[in-house]
Design a protein around this ligand. Structure first.
Ligand code: PRP
Length: 210
């Protein structure tokens, strides 16, 4: 039997994923040691390997087949747009992709004006404004602290993740439009899905029931 390899998103998503996997009898004791700097963990008995990667890299590893299975946020999956199968909504890591800004910016959205949109997710923002709203916008790519952009005057609105809404509230910003719901998803390499169909389907079905 060959190893099935999982690519997990470092941090809270990996912790939650491991909890869910543990619930269906898939464990990896080595991974629980938080002080470890190891990058690859093995469950010899079940012939499974796990590695931790940065969120946006998970779909890349899965597309290239070095990981058979991955878990990452729907935001990353949409933004990366890789040739992979999205097979399961794991139901945790729930949040929303929203267009946010100062309340006054709502007018700019209504009248389809040419506006500046700051985001970590240019593909999602472009798809939303160009294809769904038919509004021409200027997209400005940032790498974090997106809420800063309208505050300092870099953009009119932002396209960003809202979880509790407290970052927005504490900065006088609000949700102006909702783009879509997000959560953690399981993704599978297209070749692995055929070659290791039985083992992978067993895992998916167990997670669905668990
Ligand atoms: C995310 C997101 C928002 C915040 C939303 O940022 O970009 O800034 O969380 O959460 P809330 O609605 O619960 O306040 P993250 O902390 O991942 O860091 P980043 O700003 O570097 O993207």
């Amino acid at each position: 039997m060959r190893y099935l390899t999982f690519a997990l998103t470092k941090g809270r998503l990996a912790d939650k994923t491991l909890e869910r996997l543990e619930g269906i009898g898939i464990t990896c004791e080595e991974m629980k040691d938080k002080s470890s700097r190891k990058l690859i963990f093995v469950n010899e008995e079940k012939k499974l390997k796990f590695f931790l990667a940065k969120g946006p890299d998970v779909p890349t590893y899965v597309e290239h087949g070095v990981a058979d299975i991955g878990v990452s946020g729907k935001d990353i999956i949409m933004e990366e747009n890789r040739a992979i199968y999205e097979v399961l909504d794991l139901g945790f890591g729930k949040c929303r992709m929203c267009i946010c800004g100062f309340p006054e910016a709502a007018e700019l959205l209504k009248h389809h004006e040419m506006i500046k949109v700051a985001t970590k997710y240019p593909r999602i923002a472009r798809d939303y404004f160009h294809n769904r709203k038919h509004q021409t916008v200027d997209i400005i790519k940032l790498n974090g602290s997106i809420e800063l952009a309208p505050i300092v005057g870099l953009s009119d609105v932002i396209c960003d993740i809202v979880e509790t809404g407290s970052t927005l509230r504490e900065n006088g910003l609000s949700v102006l439009e909702e783009v879509c719901d997000l959560s953690a998803r399981m993704v599978v390499n297209q070749v692995s899905m055929r070659m290791e169909s039985e083992r992978i389907r067993t895992i998916i079905n167990a997670l669905k029931e668990g």
